[in-house]
Ligand binder design. Structure first.
Ligand code: ADP
Ligand code: MG
Length: 243
């Protein structure tokens, strides 16, 4: 089976600071991978390179069989078959919820009947009934994040990128939404790269967890593998072992 995402020897420095050493991994179709690591370890940097919002210093990125970054060859974000959900939601403040969700579909010239069907489905999937004609500012944080997710799914991307999508929510809502989100992603079986610094979130959402530390991959494996065979003292500590 062809991988949805191949990252090969991708590295990044900001000035003197080598944020990511050359790293390589692949995401299979429908697979949810959580990138787990402490604040500042390069998680967002990695995601932004996959999205095309940042150029890699070296290495190759391939999405659904198409090289999107390879030497001087570079495919810009809007032409990559992916969509992204941001930590701060980044909804268009001057558009209603409905228009926020429709926007990407209109740009991609999705036919009206399809657009209508997708809107209906996303509305019930993400519990947006009654919110469609509100402005983002009239929605709570949790509701805004649901809109952000609906907007990202509306264009039916091959790859979904989520950067700490729940970290701006309060603890109770975050716990509720992490279960919901895991169910939703499982149902849709859409390949997802999900960045978090929250171990419980990674355990709930991920098929495999990629532990990033000091710009390298400490371990990439199923949650149970990380738990039973931690590859480093750091992973062991992350899994709650104490020495
Ligand atoms: P994380 O998402 O894991 O918290 P980031 O990928 O945002 O980490 O950042 C990794 C490191 O790179 C941090 O030390 C951060 O300060 C630095 N960094 C990120 N973006 C830039 C930038 N545009 N210019 C300079 N340094 C940056
Ligand atoms: Mg980040």
């Amino acid at each position: 089976m062809q991988s949805i995402l191949k990252v090969q020897g991708v590295s990044k420095a900001f000035g003197e600071q080598q944020v990511l050493q050359p790293i390589s991994f692949e995401v299979e179709p429908g697979e949810r991978i959580c990138i787990l690591g402490p604040s500042g370890c390069g998680k967002s940097t990695l995601l932004q390179m996959v999205a095309g919002l940042l150029r890699a210093d070296a290495g190759e990125i391939e999405i659904a069989g198409v090289k999107v970054e390879h030497g001087r060859h570079f495919i810009p974000p809007e032409k990559r078959p992916l969509n992204m959900v941001f930590q701060d939601y980044a909804l268009w403040p001057h558009m209603t919820v409905r228009h926020n969700i429709e926007y990407g579909m209109k740009r991609r010239k999705v036919p009206k009947p399809d657009m209508h069907n997708r809107l209906e489905r996303l509305q019930s999937l993400l519990k947006l009934e009654g919110l469609m004609d509100r402005m983002p500012a009239q929605c709570s944080g949790g509701q805004q994040q649901r809109v952000g997710i609906a907007r990202a799914l509306a264009t039916e991307p091959k790859l979904l990128l989520m950067d700490e999508p729940l970290s701006n929510l309060d603890v109770k809502l975050r716990t509720d939404m992490r279960g919901e989100l895991a169910r939703l992603l499982g149902e849709l079986s859409i390949a997802t790269l999900y960045v978090t610094h929250d171990r419980m979130e990674a355990f709930t959402v991920a098929d495999r967890i990629l532990v990033l530390r000091g710009g390298t991959i400490d371990q990439l494996g199923r949650p149970q593998e990380l738990f039973e065979q931690p590859a480093s003292p750091w992973v062991a500590q992350l899994m709650g072992y104490h020495n």
